[in-house]
Design a protein around this ligand. Structure first.
Ligand code: FES
Length: 163
């Protein structure tokens, strides 16, 4: 048995959720969100737990986790900055923005700063192209992001205040 376990309350929640769907596998996405909330990221043992809980093969869970950028397989820093570099954002300077952000934090996309304060990842279209370039910061959308905006975000993040 894996060291990773859902709490009894979480298991009740999952059971209630699964009843809404014709098949347990349809609940993979929401259960992965719950697992990420509980464990911070989706390690292989956590993905196995999701598979075992839903009675599906690990490969089915892996297919979902590796397809969507919203699922994290690695732990991330206190502040997660997700930069969309899809067409709409790219045409509005997202590549340069991502490069500047990484330069300021001295990391590469997909990495976390040494002090664990910031992680930066590159993501596909966040569905808010009208406000391009978009950066999702700790789950909140920030539109028309500029380098100046990123300076504020970094400064605030370093003070331990919520961004
Ligand atoms: S292209 Fe960036 S939000 Fe759609």
């Amino acid at each position: 048995m894996s060291d990773v376990q859902f709490s009894p309350q979480r298991l009740d929640e999952i059971l209630t959720l699964v009843k809404r769907y014709p098949k347990a596998q349809s609940a993979i996405l929401p259960v992965l969100h719950m697992a990420m909330e509980d464990f911070g990221h989706l390690s292989i043992p956590t993905q196995q737990l999701v598979a075992d809980t839903l009675g599906v093969r690990l490969m089915m869970v892996r297919e979902v986790v590796t397809f969507y950028t919203m699922y994290r397989e690695k732990p991330c820093g206190r502040n997660l900055l997700e930069v969309c570099t899809n067409a709409g954002c790219m045409l509005n300077g997202a590549d340069e923005l991502l490069a500047k952000l990484c330069e300021k934090l001295k990391i590469q996309p997909g990495e976390t700063t040494d002090d664990d304060m910031f992680s930066v990842i590159e993501v596909e279209c966040l569905g808010a192209c009208g406000g391009a370039p978009i950066v999702q910061i700790n789950g909140d959308y920030h539109e028309n992001v500029t380098e100046h905006h990123l300076d504020d975000v970094i400064a605030k993040g370093r003070t331990h205040d919520p961004i």
